[in-house]
Design a protein around this ligand. Structure first.
Ligand SMILES: [Zn+2]
Length: 337
């Protein structure tokens, strides 16, 4: 707990301390957020990730300060324990879920820490960094998940076994040389990744999205999707994540051998729904907002996605009779199709 507190403190972030423990970083280049084995496997070294300010950075330069102990210790265990899940391409047990969630927490925390270290506009340093260092404090809950690889942790949660939402998919029909897909919603604290035929989406929300949809949009978690359909599901999950209006109170107790993390209750940022005693957990779903999210995450022009007449978004997932489409028709301007 001490290491988490130290790592998420604004001063540790500002001073470029180890992103996982807040200690002095090693003199090397630090931890690769997208691990080198993954960059090598999919030839990602020169591929670019688009950051919040719209600029891009090659995956090979996506590193965060890290100390030798974390790098060769629990972070390397996170990398090795997720291998079986990624190779098999399915999540079978609670152990698999936790292994995958730890790995995705590590990616999400790493990306945020990276963004706190980059100036929003290099020609205007006064505008500050892309993400303010204080924001990392929000990631404390994600640290609970990541740090559980360092020390045995038991979770007692209100909505499911674990304090996060996680969906996974089998993905077929992806284009050649498009084996890898990564997207995040920093406001919603969600990350979506596809490695070949396996796609997973993690939301650092204490499990709230799974509470309203245990299998995600249209109950499709665990299903076979195409590349485009996975992008659409990711866009819908990212959008829902950004609508979250609530968080959890946690009680965390630590002794020499283990940590126990318990969710005590949900706290809504905006209180109760009008005329009711029910807490507002998500803002209302809005089709126009969704169309902008889908357009951005699917790389498709919004005019193709949004039906002005009915004011609703079109979908690649179902045909007119409501049956899941196995081979969706590509969107007309989907690049590369
Ligand atoms: Zn460290």
């Amino acid at each position: 707990m001490e290491l988490t507190d130290r790592a998420v403190s604004a001063s540790s972030i500002a001073k470029r301390r180890c992103f996982a423990c807040g200690g002095p970083p090693s003199s090397g280049i630090g931890e690769h957020i997208i691990p080198k084995w993954l960059q090598k496997k999919f030839r990602l070294f020169d591929e670019q990730l688009t950051l919040l300010n719209g600029t891009s950075i090659p995956y090979r330069n996506l590193t965060v300060p890290c100390c030798i102990e974390c790098n060769t210790g629990f972070l390397s265990r996170i990398e090795s324990s997720v291998q079986a899940v990624l190779h098999r391409g399915s999540v079978l047990t609670n152990e698999d879920k936790l292994a995958l969630a730890r790995w995705l927490s590590k990616l999400l925390i790493g990306l945020l820490v990276k963004e706190t270290g980059l100036l929003f506009d290099r020609s205007k340093p006064s505008l500050g960094t892309i993400v303010e260092p204080d924001f990392i404090d929000e990631l404390r809950h994600s640290h609970f998940v990541m740090q559980s690889a360092r020390k045995a942790t038991s979770f007692r949660c209100l909505h499911s076994e674990f304090p996060f939402s996680l969906y996974s998919y089998r993905v077929s029909n992806y284009r050649k040389n498009h084996e890898f897909d990564l997207s995040t919603n920093i406001a919603g604290q969600s990350i979506s990744i596809r490695i070949g035929g396996f796609g997973a989406i993690f939301i650092n929300d204490g499990g709230l999205q799974m509470e309203v949809g245990p299998k995600g949009p249209f109950d499709l978690s665990g299903s076979d999707l195409s590349e485009t359909q996975f992008r659409e599901i990711s866009a819908r999950v990212h959008y829902k994540a950004a609508l979250r209006e609530a968080t959890h109170f946690y009680l965390t107790v630590e002794n020499e051998d283990s940590i126990q993390t318990e969710q005590l209750h949900v706290r809504s940022f905006s209180g109760c729904l009008p005329g009711s005693s029910e807490l507002r957990i998500f803002r209302d779903w809005n089709q126009t907002e969704l169309s902008y999210a889908m357009s951005a995450y699917m790389h498709v022009d919004r005019s193709i996605l949004f039906d002005e007449e009915t004011q609703t978004c079109r979908t690649t997932l179902f045909d007119q009779d409501g049956n899941l489409v196995a081979e969706p028709k590509p969107w007309p301007d989907d690049p590369g199709r």
